[in-house]
Design a protein around this ligand. Structure first.
Ligand SMILES: Nc1ncnc2c1ncn2[C@@H]1O[C@H](COP(=O)(O)OP(=O)(O)OP(=O)(O)O)[C@@H](O)[C@H]1O
Ligand SMILES: [Mg+2]
Length: 329
């Protein structure tokens, strides 16, 4: 239990509306509870503090990065919003993955669900993963699933704000991001990661981008908190080989296979009827399209049916839309 002195300080700082001090005292109580063996209470208190920090909008000088709204976060005194924050609700059974990918995603989740147990043996769960593959295959969706399954907020790093023409500034921002990551448990998605991960020796490389990458590598090495870092890219080829050993896992995404397409189409037509008489023909037309493209085509077909007052779609209606989408490629 909190000492009488800590209780008094809590009340005092509540009255003074000094959120930072208030939370610091709660953390001290959590540390004390952990020391006397109340690990669950300590962890619950720390979780509450983390949630509290997220919802606070601190003013003036303080050690917690600022969160300005539920959708954007600001770091330290920087005027640029470097993250968007969301609280995804999509679950693991809503994403269609081939077996080998699903196993890797599940392993990543399992290790993090058991992180306390793993850490008690002096080991760390997998925390850094790289996802790569063509557009529309579920990389961003995976980051949402991971955040939801672990009940973490999802912070998507805004590359457009991070990468500025002044690379020195970019390195400084990267450091602030990693500082924030260490203090605020969450899933951090570096989308379009190739913009910082491109090979250090590439001909068009300027020294500056190399420095940014070196900073990133160093920060990844130093990062030891329970936050998770997911990097995603379409261009695995241009990624620096030095990056690979920094990731605990590298997961390759691909265009849907036949059975994936069937699952996707069946799911999309869960609540709207479609008559499919020849799966082979339908799959031949959808072949080569991404999950995202097929998903959108199904939505388009349903919208068309709604507008034209059709109760049931015919296979041909969907095929026409799929063929149209394919013709854009
Ligand atoms: N594997 C999947 N299972 C189910 N739906 C998917 C899958 N992949 C993509 N989708 C659908 O397509 C949408 C876009 O996918 P997502 O943003 O995850 O693609 P991405 O791989 O991140 O693409 P990009 O490389 O362009 O960022 C998802 O919101 C979802 O509706
Ligand atoms: Mg994406």
């Amino acid at each position: 239990m909190a000492s009488a002195n800590q209780l008094k300080l809590l009340v005092k700082n509540f009255i003074l509306r000094d959120d930072r001090k208030f939370l610091t005292i709660v953390l001290q109580i959590a540390a004390h509870e952990a020391k006397i063996g109340h690990a669950n209470l300590a962890s619950e208190l720390r979780d509450l503090v983390e949630k509290g920090k997220l919802s606070l909008n601190h003013k003036g000088e303080d050690s917690f990065p600022r969160v300005h709204s539920s959708s954007t976060a600001q770091i330290n005194h920087s005027s640029n919003d470097l993250f968007t924050i969301s609280h995804p609700t999509v679950s693991l059974n809503e994403i269609i993955l081939k077996k080998s990918v699903r196993e890797k995603v599940e392993r990543f989740l399992d290790e993090n669900k058991n992180s306390k147990k793993i850490r008690s043996y002096g080991l760390a769960p997998r925390r850094h993963v790289l996802l790569y593959g063509p557009p529309g295959t579920g990389k961003t969706l995976t980051a949402s699933v991971v955040a939801n399954e672990l009940h973490f907020p999802l912070f998507t790093v805004r590359m457009d704000s991070l990468i500025t023409k002044y690379m020195g500034e970019t390195s400084v921002k990267l450091r602030s991001i990693f500082d924030y990551i260490s203090h605020n448990r969450g899933v951090y998605l570096f989308d379009e990661f190739d913009s910082i991960g491109s090979r250090r020796t590439m001909e068009n490389d300027v020294g500056e981008i190399r420095r940014v990458l070196n900073t990133f590598l160093q920060l990844m090495d130093e990062h030891s908190s329970d936050s998770l870092i997911i990097s995603a890219t379409n261009h695995k080829d241009i990624l620096d080989s030095a990056l690979y050993r920094r990731f605990d896992d590298v997961i390759e995404y691909d265009l849907p296979e036949k059975e994936n397409l069937i699952e996707l189409i069946k799911t999309k037509f869960n609540s709207f009827k479609i008559d499919i008489s020849d799966w082979a023909e339908l799959l031949a037309i959808a072949n080569g399209l991404s999950f995202s493209e097929v998903s959108k085509s199904c939505d388009d077909a349903i919208k068309l049916a709604i507008i034209t007052n059709k109760k049931t779609l015919q296979q041909l209606d969907l095929e026409k839309i799929l063929a149209e989408r394919k013709s854009y490629k």
